[in-house]
Design a protein around this ligand. Structure first.
Ligand SMILES: [Fe+2]
Length: 215
């Protein structure tokens, strides 16, 4: 009998009422999909733990290997939705000028306008995925990334600062598949900029992170 503490994730609650341009039904559907990622993450943890106990944790066992491959998809699906939902709010307004995030964007992109052009460029890429503003966990610099299938394209250790879901399920209730631009116009008016800014790492944390990869 194993003495390890069972790891289990809970579905987090998000109050997303009153988002202009995103209906309650749209959000309800999206939350259901998010719950699926939490449940599947727990299922994978449970299944692989049982396999370990039964002596089946072997890379040559295709069932074990496939479950481990699914880890990246389900875990990142859960976590990215949590970043996305928590960086949304009703009446988000514009990014506050002169704040820490605005200054960090200016430092990395020259101007907030430049950053937005690049970010929207990423968000309109063909295919389903995520547009994510990441902070390099060692230099503190900001870059925009395209993430496919939740697990492909994330940089290890980088901190998500702003996460936008551009899978069609994120807007299919309210918009046509060809109307991603309309969804983006709506969702960018529902950003909790204070939340995004709160995710930025400071110099102390960056220095500690640099230590992790230096001799
Ligand atoms: Fe999603």
């Amino acid at each position: 009998m194993s003495t390890a503490t069972m790891q289990k994730y809970e579905v987090r609650p998000y109050d997303l009422t009153g988002l202009e341009g995103l209906s309650e039904e749209q959000i309800a559907q999206h939350k259901k999909l998010y719950e699926g990622y939490v449940n599947n993450t727990n299922k994978l943890l449970d299944e692989t733990r049982k396999m370990l106990e039964n002596g089946e944790a072997d890379g040559l066992n295709p069932y074990f290997a496939e479950l481990k491959r699914r880890f990246g998809f389900e875990f990142n699906g859960m976590v990215l939705h949590e970043y996305y939902f928590s960086n949304l709010k009703a009446k988000g307004g514009a990014l506050p000028a002169g704040g820490r995030l605005a200054r960090a964007l200016e430092d990395s992109f020259g101007s907030v306008e430049n950053w937005m052009k690049d970010f929207m460029g990423v968000a309109k890429m063909r295919g389903v995925g995520w547009a994510i503003l990441y902070q390099d966990n060692r230099t503190g610099k900001l870059t925009n990334h395209w993430i496919t299938l939740h697990e492909e394209g994330n940089v290890a250790g980088f901190r998500p600062i702003l996460v936008i879901d551009v899978w069609e399920h994120a807007f299919a209730v309210d918009y046509k598949p060809t109307e991603r631009g309309k969804y983006l116009d709506a969702v960018m008016k529902c950003i909790d900029w204070a939340k995004a800014e709160s995710r930025l790492m400071g110099e102390d944390e960056l220095a500690k992170n640099r230590q992790m990869v230096s001799k």
